[in-house]
Design a protein around this ligand. Structure first.
Ligand code: ADP
Ligand code: X2W
Length: 258
């Protein structure tokens, strides 16, 4: 029988608040079984870029990444945020290993082709090295991924954190029963973005399409849900979206179903 593997993505707005980050990591440290953490950090990168005089441009929840923003992103995601999270997990007695896509050739991507929009140094994931990742897991070590992938030619690329989590979950579904949890600043997917309590408990593809038609899904929720439905169709067993507590208590969150 396959073991269960939980892949948890935590968004940038939760990790930039020290108290929220600590509470989340404490809950994460108590999760039983095999687990992987993927973190974002978009807000912090925007803030640091601005201090350096670089302007940030986002389209539909995705960052337009020029050469300067790429440098900021590598330093912020793979450096500051990733290493801080790993150190905090060590203090919580979770032996963890911080990675970006170049480490262990774990996430190989291709630079996104320019169509209507030039996203710049942004990667679309081609291969996840599931043998390498499972070899870490089987040693009892928890991989912590930043939202950076790497091309076969050795170029680091900014990669949406939600996509990193979904692609890891899909690739590891051959070896494990995978469950995907997206933790962000709302309680779940909202039917009405003005009403924090309009959480949709169960979201299927038909309802998703209706919400898209009504323009009730915008910004960062667009890549999140696109990734969720892609993951569900590619072997991922359970998917929940909610606030930081969704990993321990998912009754009030959104479950994605076919
Ligand atoms: N229908 C919706 N339900 C919930 N959030 C939504 C919805 N539509 C747009 N959003 C926005 O999407 C954001 C989540 O995406 P994002 O900011 O990228 O999160 P994270 O950085 O945590 O991954 C929410 O904070 C909210 O502003
Ligand atoms: C290409 C792209 O959009 N990459 C994202 C990666 C970080 C991320 O996903 O961070 P959050 O989870 O905090 O939103 C970005 O640079 O914003």
């Amino acid at each position: 029988m396959k073991k269960t593997l939980k892949i948890v993505k935590v968004g940038g707005k939760l990790i930039e608040d020290e108290n929220k980050l600590q509470a989340f990591l404490s809950d994460f440290s108590e999760l039983e079984g095999l687990k992987i953490l993927v973190h974002g950090g978009g807000n912090m990168a925007t803030e640091i870029a601005s201090k350096l005089g670089y302007e940030t441009k986002m389209i539909d929840g995705r960052r337009i990444t020029d050469a300067n923003s790429l440098k900021v992103i590598i330093m912020t995601y793979a450096g500051l945020i990733n290493k801080r999270i790993v150190a905090k997990l060590q203090a919580l007695d979770v032996n963890s290993l911080g990675l970006c896509g170049a480490d262990g050739r774990s996430i190989i991507s291709k630079k996104r082709e320019v169509k209507e929009i030039d996203y710049g140094y942004v990667g679309d994931i081609e291969v996840v090295n599931s043998d390498f990742i499972s070899s870490i897991l089987e040693q009892g070590v928890v991989p912590v991924f930043s939202a950076i992938s790497c091309t076969r030619e050795g170029e680091l690329l900014n990669t949406n954190g939600d996509s990193v989590a979904a692609e890891i979950a899909k690739a590891l579904s051959e070896k494990y029963n995978t469950e995907l949890y997206y933790c962000f600043e709302k309680k779940g997917v909202l039917a009405n973005s003005m009403d924090e309590n309009s959480v949709i408990k169960t979201l299927d593809k038909k309802m998703y399409q209706d919400l898209l038609d009504q323009k009730a899904i915008t910004d960062g929720m667009l890549p999140k849900l696109l990734n969720c439905f892609g993951a569900l169709e590619n072997g991922v067993k359970k998917i929940f979206l909610g606030d930081a507590r969704v990993i321990t208590e998912n009754a009030n969150a959104t479950e994605i179903v076919k």
